[in-house]
Design a protein around this ligand. Sequence first.
Ligand SMILES: [Zn+2]
Ligand SMILES: [Zn+2]
Length: 257
Amino acid sequence: MLEPLLGCRIIRVDGYDTDRLGTFTREVARAGTQLEAARAKARIGMDLSSLAIGLASEGSFGSHPSVGLLAWNVELLIWIDDELGLEIIGSAAGNTNFSHRLAASWEEARQFARETGFPEHWLVVRPESEEHPQIHKGIAGWDELESVFRRCSDLAVNGRAFLETDMRAHGNPTRMELISAAARDLAQKLCRRCPECAAPGFHAVERITGLPCEECGAPTKVARAETYRCARCRHQLIVEIRGPKTASAARCDYCNP
Ligand SMILES: [Zn+2]
Ligand SMILES: [Zn+2]
């Protein structure tokens, strides 16, 4: 999807085990932030391929920032161009099946699998607890799930098996879709050129609030414009947001305190 838009051929760089940078199943903890991890991956690819342009993605999972019970996935896609001195980030966030359960019976395990979109979405199973070292990843069929579940719960001191969603992109179509959305966001950003230096990636970095209230005209917290900035020469431009010229009085601190 990115190739025709960018006019680049994307090559996957082999010869490096990205699990060394962190796994979703906690054998290796990720060092640093999500963005730092994406940047490190892109840099490794650029080193191994001796190319001046790098592309890498990194996902993170947790709860929704305000709706605590909702499982939330943020995907970042980083584009580094050393010739132009550019770093552009595409992102997307959405609901996900990220979840786990300590199951005491096959019925319970089957229920969890159904809830998490198995078998299209793969599962990871291990005996006893989330820390048990005997880990089975990439489980993608009912028969396999049942036999692994039985083996794991037989091994466990507490008679249970720990099940969790496999968050690796190739085993998780929901995540794959979000990575595509992040790629579209990146492509959109890269396709706009800076009016000053013509570098790609002239994009909105900030929203400016203050759209006037429809009743009293006071500035509200509703955005009225966006600041576009070039990642290369720092040239910036304030662009008015198209749409209504006033904000609803319901959003006004004076009319609706
Ligand atoms: Zn520029
Ligand atoms: Zn008002």
